[in-house]
Structure formats: C-alpha cells, structure tokens
Design a protein around this ligand. Sequence first.
Ligand code: BEZ
Length: 396
Amino acid sequence: MTSRRKFVQQVAALGTLSAASAIAPSLARAQAAKLRVGLMLPYTGTYAALGTAITQGFNIAVEENGGKLGGRDIEYFTVDDESEPAKATDNANRLVQRDKVDVLVGTVHSGVVMAMVKIARDSGTLLIIPNAGANAATGSQCAPNIFRTSFSNWQPAHPMGKVMYDKGHRKVVTLTWKYGAGEESVESFKEAFTKLGGSIVKEMYLPFPNVEFQAFITEIASLKPDAVFVFFAGGGAIKFTKDYAAAGLKDKIPLYGSGFLTDGTLEAQGASAQGLLTTLHYGDGIENPKNKQFRYAYGKKYGIQADVYAVQGYDAALLLGSGLTAVKGSFGDKKSLYGALEKVKIDSPRGAWTMSRAHNPIQDIYLRRVEGNANQVIGVAWKALEDPARGCKLGA
Ligand code: BEZ
C-alpha cells in the first residue's frame, strides 16, 4: 500500500475529515460542539513512521475514553507537515485560521515546531507537542498555552555523557543532522561528558535529512575515537546503523545515541542495532501495568509494536482529556484549563510523570540495550530528570 493511501485510511479511521465539513456547512454547524483537534504531523518523508505512531497512540487513548475527550466528541483536522520548516507557518495557519481548531497537536521536527510555537503564542491557541524536542519550546519561548508530552532535546542526551564516561570512554566523535534536534542533543551530551573530563575529538554534521554517511564513517575510522555519539531518528537512523555496521565499525568503535537511534526502527535495523546502548524516556519492556495494557491494545489494533512516539501521542490525548475534564470540556476559562494541565500526573506507559514549571515532562531517563526487536531497559540513567528550561519565566 502506498504511504499516501495508508495515510488517508488512517485519517479516515480517526474520524471526520475537514473536507467533509467544508462540503456540507450544515453538517459542520451540527458538529459545532465537537472538540476541534488539529493534528500537524509528518506522514511522508524520513519521519513519516513517527507521525503515524503519534497519531495511532493518540487514537488509542481516545478510544479508551469512548471516542471523546473531556466529554466531547472530536473532529480531526489533519495536515502532513512533511518535516518541512519552510511550509510550517502556512500549515499551522491553515489549522488555526481556516479550520479554527481548539487545539493544535504537533509535531515531530524541531524546526517545524518552532513555527507552531510562534503561531500558538500569537493566536493563543493551545499547543500540545507530542515529540519535537526544541529546547526553546519549553525554554525561552515557553508560554501558558504551550505544553509538551515528549522531552526537550536536552533531556535524553544528557545522561549519556555519564554513561559513556563510566564505560571508560574519554575521546568521542559526535555525528548528527545539522538542525535543532541534532545540534541540541550533541550540545547536551557534550555538556555532561566534558564536565566529567571527557573530550570531543570532532563534531560532525550533515544536512537534514541526508543519509550519505560514507565519508563521515570513513573519517571516524581514521580518527579512531574511543566511541561515537549520534542523534538520528526514523529512516535516517535505520540507514546509519546499517552503514556503520557494514563498514565494520560496530565491533571496533562503540556507537551510542539518544534512544531515537533504535526506537521504532529495530525490525529494519536487524543485526546492525543488536547490543547498542541508548538513553531515552521509554523502553519496550518497562514493567508497569499501564505499559502492558497500552502495548497490548496498540499491537492488537495496529499489528505492530508500540514505540516511544506512540507513547507520546497517547500521553498527548491523556493530557488533553484530563485537562478538559477538569474544566467540564470548556475552553471558556483558559486560566483554569492551563492550571489543570499544569497539575496533571500522567499515568503513562513510560511510568508516571508530571509537568515542569515550563510545561515539559519531569521523567526518568532509562538506559536501554537492544536485544532482538526490543529496547530492553537495563537501568535508570537519570531519575526524574527535569529540563533546565533556560530562559523560561513561567512559574519562576
Ligand atoms: C526533533 O526534531 O525534535 C526530533 C525528531 C525525531 C526524534 C526526536 C526529536
């Protein structure tokens, strides 16, 4: 099935398409009381699988809640943002100005989310971020109406500094895409690793979403660092671990990353990912009843294993549902709604988490090892890690 056909089917399965209300205004009027949810996510490109998993996770929570959130039926308005920052402002404006959504949910890519953050700040629309880690979204650009159910780019990478130092590595090469998520992940890793006494031999970058890794891998082989730290995700992560292994480096120069390197990708990565250590706020085998229940429901409905992106989408719907329930489904009193969202304790498959003052999860970061098709949790790399929220004045 083409990704386009699959995408259309998924959106149709979620509920009413926005086009339907454009064709039939009377129907749209009849649906006025529905909660208007704008999903802005990538359904094509390197991060397509991530956008789909978030959508599916969101849908599982809504289904568990009888198809409603905060007691209201839902009308979905969906945009494929293609992980393309140049189109992000127009895409978000379509949802806010044309479709008049009550809430924007998105996105995956840090560059795209910053356009959404600006529109949310300017329009006052509630924004729930189910992945993109751009530090500024809950840092210098934090706002009363902006909440995140995923992580800041600083969070998953930071504990890896100590993990790698404790493994005895002292000289490390970093490699990533040159855009917000890659740069901020490397910066955070570097902050922790160099503070302990480690040094960075070379920082390497390639443009997003290029996957021509060969020249970099050749240079890593000649530099002979103790280890390599990378940020890659989605299709790029699959290509990278395969190229790294094919070049014969996997058993010579240990490879580490924030956990996006091996999340939702293991089947395609096969042997190239076996044994890799990563840090992330989720792991496949987390032993809690919520995770078991979620993974079972997700597998049953979609026929694939849940991953971190599905969990973040699920938690976005839990957050919205719980905030709206506290204010009886109404957006009339925004202060009370945001107050309720700030106070939530989300019973997540990743383990319970709470909101920081900047509206970003305070959460455990796990150390995981790839075993077969699972990211097995082998320890907690950092308990209840809170993003420093540099530049955010909320709650200060
Ligand atoms: C980001 O752009 O923020 C991002 C994308 C994929 C995985 C993690 C972060």
